[in-house]
Design a protein around this ligand. Structure first.
Ligand SMILES: Nc1ncnc2c1ncn2[C@@H]1O[C@H](COP(=O)(O)OP(=O)(O)O)[C@@H](O)[C@H]1O
Ligand SMILES: [Mg+2]
Length: 236
């Protein structure tokens, strides 16, 4: 469980309050969605959970431990992020992208890391991407490759920022099915404004509005209450 209590955040330079008194609980074992319009603070919240930004007040705990008290290597094995831009290294093929963290963070030798990377790609059903370079694969494939790379550290939580933003509806659908099949490997926290996608994959979630949590509950309830038009579209 990741628990966020009274979290507030402001970027330096005197801008407005970007997160105000955020309280949410993210249980392990379910796909959790963070919904909200552009600018509502979703990416900022994700960066706080991933320790890329330090909040000015409030707390974030993982299984009861303040995340700032967790040693770096252990933390990277606990919570990992796939950013919207993916950040796959363009000069390395997918396999080479995947072995970097196991070698650098976990100190594995190259041969072991390669074997594990190949096994991971096979498990995820994308072994054919092994020798491809990021520029030569589709958006959906790149999204999967970036997730495969993050899963090499076997994080307990993997945070995905807008994973479907570059995907067309069909690819996004396929990607959603693929993602739900990976629930046994990690708990996904998915930031998105794609209600159609969320409705298919997530169990619980939070709706953000101008830096605050408007509602946290199961997804069906959030959609019914806050996106009634979408619901009607689904039913009829
Ligand atoms: N690096 C930054 N410096 C200053 N303000 C930022 C920065 N990143 C985001 N913001 C501001 O914080 C607010 C929330 O942004 P963000 O967390 O990216 O929202 P979302 O992901 O929901 O679109 C926006 O008003 C945005 O302009
Ligand atoms: Mg964002």
């Amino acid at each position: 469980m990741i628990e966020i209590k009274n979290l507030s955040f402001k970027y330096s330079g005197g801008g407005p309050q970007v997160l105000s008194n955020v309280n949410i609980s993210i249980p392990a074992g379910h796909i959790y969605a963070i919904l909200g319009e552009s600018g509502s603070g979703k990416t900022t919240l994700l960066k706080c959970i991933g320790r890329f930004l330090q909040p000015r007040s409030g707390s974030i705990t993982l299984k009861g431990r303040n995340i700032y008290e967790i040693e770096e290597r252990e933390f990277r094995k606990s919570i990992s992020i796939v950013f919207q831009q993916l950040f796959l290294f363009p000069h390395l093929n997918i396999l080479q992208n995947m072995i970097l963290a196991p070698m650098k963070v976990l100190g594995k030798d190259e041969r072991t890391a390669r074997e594990e990377a190949v096994a991971m790609l096979e498990t995820l059903g994308i072994a054919s991407l092994k020798d491809s370079y990021p520029a030569a694969i589709s958006g959906g494939q790149a999204q999967r490759a970036a997730i495969a790379r993050s899963l090499m550290l076997k994080p307990e939580y993997l945070l995905l920022d807008e994973p479907t933003s570059a995907l067309d509806v069909n690819t996004s659908d396929e990607f959603g099915k693929w993602l739900t099949g990976l629930r046994e490997y990690t708990t996904f926290v998915v930031v998105t404004h794609d209600i159609l996608f969320v409705n298919k994959i997530a169990s619980f979630g939070a709706l953000m509005e101008k830096g605050t949590v408007r509602e946290e509950s199961d997804i069906g309830n959030i959609i019914k209450k806050h996106f009634p038009a979408f619901r009607q579209g689904m039913d009829g």
